[in-house]
Design a protein around this ligand. Structure first.
Ligand code: ADP
Ligand code: SF4
Length: 690
């Protein structure tokens, strides 16, 4: 199909200093969990984006010197020649597809702990970042930088820029954002200096200017020099010389870099979850930059709609459409627009599972795109899949995320697939969850798969079809895949931190009951030891219809795990504004006569709460009865011509939607595969021991 001429503007080349991007699609620097320890995985992951049509593909954060060590978080390094070779794998891979390669050179300053290198961290005035996020806490405080340290910093940046050039990069960054070293000079909270690097905005900006200058000199006209800068805080500060300090900073540096890469200041606002922020949420902060500089500007905003992208350019907000998450969810997004296939874009749902992989220090995962990070390791490509290795037919029982992903991947391989779904509507857990506050865009998991499946004539979906074991035997498909999901349990929680103690009763509910239409009477207590989104989202949901909702958790925060997905700060704000009362570090020990008994998680001190209805969001168990019944009699299976019965998704091991999609996809990839080819390849660092 031909490209819609409305989107032609997205495919115009953009000159960035001495280099030219072939189009306006810019895969911005983002952490992907693949450090220099996994150079081939990392190269293939970024190569796929280049193949998918991005004009520029960048690295994640790359440390310029051992005094910037973010371990155990997965940062990359450019400290020696092994590192140069390691990054060169990526630049070669990206260049093979006609894209430019950008490198985000980075110094973490007082935001890192140098846990591995054991060098004192550096900061403008010895001020530490003392985060509430446990991943970022530490007990090492930074050294105040003296003039020699500043001189060395400039030398490290210059040396790293020279290495970047040797590694084949086209765009070399100075990174003044997100609490890292140059950003620390920009804000007076960090910077109390009384020398030429502190005080006025012009002084605070000096280090950024000098870093840009030494980078330009080092790349000697071969590479573009980009400045990545966080503008949220600065924009909130009035200036005597401009509308805000952000305006003043951008004006002072306007033509110094070849490219402005503008962003917000903290991960929860910069990479805001869709539960709390819509597409294009950066615009009110960064919209002025293009008015102040003549250089190209790139910014992000979880853009998946080509119309929104065109709007950003036509309205003079951005020159290049930056993307981290949309390029993870669909590395082929630009190509699909180019080929007039925008309806095929696998749109990011804004769940931030990808971010959680960085916090977990593992290669990136994505709810929408199960192939991300697996390009080299498992040989998975987001758009290509091996043809069927046999003519067998497959019956999938259950049309939730796992069943649908499995059906799609098997259908694309050419298998004859039938999907039986008990309900009239497909989607499994998404049927209910996407109706909960803030989760509508998660419906893209279902919408995209439904749209793609409709085009496959070899996949049939039977709705309103609750299958029993005997019916499955009668159908006699070659392979049976059980994707029947999981159910929430009415279990409490023991001091050993395991679910224990069944609590039945007419006023005890689980999310399954609420999904089925139960309406708990007030006062309602949500008891959450699942720790992800369901507890807080149900509290918000119920608070819309009843007055008197409390939230109890043995953890220290509401939705404690959601700190990993950048959602936790906003979850607390949402619960507060919904009038939900919070009781943290509390275990439910009894529920009777309209009263709930709580024990403090650590001291066991007892408190009591009025409660008519208790909603327990804790353990989940697989719906595996069908699997157990079918596999009990191998002879009956053989007689029916069924050669395999398998489980996928929550029916195998309950988890987040990302795991269900991955499980369904993996099953489809591996069906009929040679067992010797299964598993994954191990990557290894390119390191010469001296
Ligand atoms: P997952 O996340 O693993 O995909 P879900 O719980 O989202 O799991 O989806 C499971 C789906 O399976 C639900 O839509 C449910 O209605 C369906 N299902 C469960 N048991 C049967 C059955 N015996 N026959 C057909 N569909 C079933
Ligand atoms: Fe988007 Fe979620 Fe995938 Fe991240 S994990 S790219 S937020 S769909």
């Amino acid at each position: 199909m031909a490209r819609n001429p409305r989107y032609d503007i997205l495919f115009e080349p953009v000159k960035i200093g001495p280099v030219t991007a072939r189009n306006r699609f810019y895969a911005v620097p983002h952490a992907a969990g693949m450090t220099n320890a996994m150079p081939r995985m990392r190269a293939a992951f970024r190569e796929t984006k280049a193949e998918g049509g991005w004009g520029v593909v960048c690295t994640g954060y790359v440390s310029i010197h051992p005094s910037s060590d973010d371990a155990p978080l997965p940062f990359a390094t450019l400290w020696d020649e092994d590192d140069v070779r390691s990054h060169a794998l990526m630049t070669e891979a990206v260049h093979r597809h006609g894209a430019l390669a950008g490198i985000e050179l980075w110094h973490g300053g007082g935001s890192v702990m140098n846990r591995t290198t054991r060098t004192p961290p550096l900061s403008p005035s010895g001020t530490a970042w003392m985060a509430t996020h446990v991943n970022f806490m530490g007990n090492q405080r930074p050294k105040m930088m003296d003039v020699d340290d500043i001189r060395e910093l400039l030398a490290w940046q210059a040396e790293a820029a020279r290495k970047a050039r040797r590694a084949g990069f086209d765009i070399v960054y100075v990174y003044a954002g997100m609490g890292y070293l140059p950003y620390e000079f920009l804000l007076p909270e960090w910077n109390h200096r009384t020398d030429a690097y502190g005080g006025s905005v012009a002084n605070r900006v000096r280090i950024v200017r000098e870093l840009l200058e030494v980078t330009r000199e080092a790349v000697a006209g071969q590479c573009a020099v980009a400045l990545r800068i966080s503008l949220e805080e600065l924009r909130a500060r009035p200036s005597e010389r401009a509308e805000s300090e952000a305006h003043e900073v951008v004006a002072l540096l306007a033509e110094v870099p070849d490219l402005w890469d503008v962003k917000l200041d903290s991960s929860p606002t910069d990479c805001a979850p869709s539960r709390f922020a819509a597409e294009g949420s950066h615009e009110p902060i960064i919209d002025f930059v293009k008015k102040v500089t003549r250089k190209p500007v790139v910014g992000v905003g979880r853009f998946t709609s080509p119309d929104a992208m065109v709007g950003q350019i036509r309205r003079g907000v951005l020159d290049l459409i930056g993307a981290a998450r949309p390029s993870i969810a669909d590395p082929f997004l630009p190509r699909k627009i180019d080929e007039g296939r925008e309806q095929d874009i696998r749109e990011c749902i804004g769940c931030n599972i990808c971010i959680s992989s960085w916090h977990d220090s593992v290669p990136v995962r994505c709810t929408q795109n199960p192939t991300i990070g697996e390009e080299w390791r498992r040989g998975w490509h987001p758009e290509r899949i091996a043809p069927a290795a046999s003519s067998g037919s497959v019956l999938i029982v259950g049309a939730g995320p796992a069943g649908l992903e499995c059906a799609l991947a098997l259908g694309r391989r050419g298998y004859d697939v039938s999907v039986a779904e008990a309900e009239e509507e497909i989607g499994g857990r998404l049927r209910f969850e996407t109706r909960l506050p803030g989760l509508a865009s998660w419906g893209r998991v279902l919408d995209w798969r439904r749209g793609q499946l409709e085009r496959l004539s070899n996949v049939a979906i039977y709705r309103g079809n609750l299958l029993t074991a005997s019916e499955i035997l009668e159908l006699g498909n070659t392979h049976v895949v059980i994707a029947t999901g999981a159910r929430w349990a009415r279990l409490l929680y023991s001091p050993l931190e395991v679910p224990a103690g069944r609590l039945e009763g007419p006023h005890v509910f689980t999310p399954d009951d609420i999904a089925a239409g139960a309406r708990p009477d007030a006062p309602v207590v949500i008891y959450d030891f699942d720790n992800y989104y369901m507890g807080s989202v149900l509290a918000e949901h119920l608070a819309r219809s009843v007055t008197g909702v409390s939230y109890v958790t043995p953890a220290g925060h509401a939705s404690a795990w959601a700190i990993m997905s950048n959602e936790q700060p906003q979850i607390h704000r949402a619960l507060a504004s919904a009038g939900v009362t919070l009781h943290t570090l509390s275990r439910v020990t009894a529920f009777a006569d309209g009263e709930l008994t709580l024990a403090h998680q650590f001291t066991n001190a007892v408190t009591r709460l009025p409660c008519r209805s208790l909603v327990i969001i804790g353990a989940r168990f697989a719906n595996d009865a069908l699997h157990a019944e079918l596999t009990r009699e191998p002879a009956a299976l053989a007689a029916a011509g069924i050669s395999s019965v398998s489980r996928i998704g929550d029916a195998l091991a309950p988890g987040a939607i990302v795991h269900a999609v991955y499980s369904g996809h993996r099953f489809a990839r591996e069906l009929d595969a040679d067992p010797a080819s299964l598993g994954h390849r191990r990557d290894a660092p390119l390191a010469r021991l001296s």
